[in-house]
Design a protein around this ligand. Structure first.
Ligand SMILES: Nc1ncnc2c1ncn2[C@@H]1O[C@H](COP(=O)(O)OP(=O)(O)OP(=O)(O)O)[C@@H](O)[C@H]1O
Ligand SMILES: [Mg+2]
Length: 398
């Protein structure tokens, strides 16, 4: 009886090894809400490059919130209607089946918010449209109170049902509209001074540019707590490979595991790909079987092909010459993080001329800020791919 692969390439991870530090901090915040019944005063934002595990982490937060009897609203930012209307939709769906008596105030708050946002014009569900029509900012503050009322009413209804409170989860927060981000941060600022006993929390995840997007939209960015989500350590990658197999009674030989961990280089997406392909090459093993080094080696060839497809698709997004030059210069400089000034020198340009291509490449998910003044390709192996395709030599270090 062949067993299907327990790995999850391209899907939410069931378990998130290597994220204990994040989860411990989140767990503590959730306890504040569920056990002590308090507001979680800061909005935590976990940010990192494509495929690093942001959605999987946020789904863990959702599960843990539910395990603590909280009600949850999950929203993916970037819908045309805006983030606040999307949260309102989520609240409406959440309370839909609750007894009328409990959801009365929520329904009322929803209609007030909708009126404010659309100005009573049916079909204009965009919060930005409602505001710009009324002259921007002043109106935005107006909608903040309606949004607050909705959150208060929903949280209260949750408590009435003997649940512990409300947890809102926002994925892809870099795509949120600025007006909604402002509304949310004002609301949290008011809660912080007026409603500290309101058991509500908001957690977000997004690409690295989330930080810039939020800071540009709000004036009180200290309401947000930014945390960078990084690649997995070798130990975490080993656990991510070994655990799902062990649960099916399948082992990994030590050298197979070493080879797979080395190959994945800490990138969660590659961890899942190599795991899945090794599982296939081991013949969808039954309980009692072992994944061996030769399975990993055969798998690596397949993953290579998958990754080349991914890389080709990404590289095809780089259409402007200056961006391509940027990528080529980075690839010539090696596989790890590269200093911004070194890239500029390699391109024969002043460092401050690179701001635009840099942010466009970050937006396209090709590169990411690794630490101050350093840039890095988002997926391990991309530099070698670019050198290969464009027939480039590594620049000798001096
Ligand atoms: N801690 C982890 N250990 C092992 N694999 C993981 C871990 N977290 C996520 N993954 C796997 O990595 C891949 C990417 O995960 P996920 O979709 O959560 O990332 P993401 O950062 O949200 O990506 P994107 O930016 O494309 O939305 C998935 O295949 C997932 O199963
Ligand atoms: Mg995601």
């Amino acid at each position: 009886m062949a067993q299907p692969s327990p790995y999850t390439p391209g899907a939410v991870a069931r378990e998130v090894p290597g994220r204990n530090r994040q989860l411990a901090a989140i767990e503590e915040r959730l306890d504040l809400l569920a056990t002590i019944g308090r507001l979680v005063p800061r909005i935590r934002v976990d940010h990192g490059p494509r495929g690093v595990g942001k959605t999987s982490l946020l789904r863990q937060v959702e599960q843990r919130a539910k395990a603590k009897d909280a009600d949850t609203i999950w929203v993916t930012a970037g819908e045309s209607s805006g983030l606040v209307p999307a949260i309102a939709d989520g609240a409406e769906r959440l309370v839909r089946r609750w007894p009328a008596k409990m959801k009365e105030r929520v329904t009322e708050a929803l209609s007030h918010l909708e009126l404010k946002v659309t100005g009573g014009v049916p079909g204009v569900a965009s919060i930005e449209a409602g505001w710009s029509a009324a002259g921007g900012r002043r109106r935005a503050r107006g909608a903040t109170r309606e949004f607050e009322d909705l959150i208060v009413a929903t949280t209260q209804a949750s408590l009435d049902r003997k649940h512990s409170g409300l947890v809102i989860l926002i994925d892809e927060v870099q795509a949120a509209d600025p007006a909604s981000l402002r509304t949310i941060s004002y609301a949290w600022q008011h809660f912080q001074s007026e409603r500290r006993d309101l058991p509500v929390a908001l957690f977000a995840a997004g690409l690295p540019e989330s930080v810039g997007v939020i800071n540009a939209a709000v004036s009180n960015s200290e309401r947000f707590a930014y945390r960078q989500l990084k690649d997995l350590t070798p130990d975490a990658a080993a656990v991510a490979l070994a655990n799902p197999a062990r649960q099916l009674g399948v082992g990994w030989s030590a050298d197979a595991l070493d080879a797979a961990v080395r190959y994945a280089a800490g990138y969660p997406h590659t961890v899942q790909l190599i795991g899945e392909n090794a599982w296939q090459h081991a013949g969808f093993p039954d309980s009692g079987a072992t994944i061996k080094r030769e399975h990993v080696e055969a798998a690596a060839a397949d993953v290579e092909e998958d990754l080349r497809e991914l890389f080709t698709a990404r590289l095809s997004k780089v259409t402007r010459q200056v961006e391509l030059d940027f990528v080529l210069a980075m690839a010539r400089l090696g596989d790890g993080p590269v200093r911004r000034s070194t890239i500029a020198a390699e391109m024969g340009k002043p460092t401050d001329a690179l701001g635009v291509p840099r942010s466009r490449l970050i937006g396209a998910g090709i590169i990411t800020d690794s630490s101050h003044g350093y840039l890095e390709f988002t997926v391990p192996g991309f530099a070698a791919f670019v050198r290969d395709v464009h027939d480039l030599e590594l620049v000798e270090e001096d």
